[in-house]
Ligand binder design. Sequence first.
Ligand SMILES: [Zn+2]
Length: 91
Amino acid sequence: MALGWIVRFLVVMVLMRLAWKFLAGLAQGAPARSQAPPTKAVSLVRDPACGTYIDRSRAMKFGYKGETHYFCSEDCRANFKQGRRAASGGA
Ligand SMILES: [Zn+2]
């Protein structure tokens, strides 16, 4: 019975395809899940002067109106201070 063998062959092919899709889905899903957001390891803060994101522990701090701002360099901190002074003085 040649027809029976063909049907079996087709069924096996379909099952193998499903299994392959399942395995491919697992392989694709695994790296996406292991990719943790970088903010978890290092807490990044945004430098309001230049917009750069920096490591909070290495940033220059400046307290202003109860808020702590973080800067990548002393220059940015000075720029921010100047900007605040100009904003408050102009208004
Ligand atoms: Zn900066």
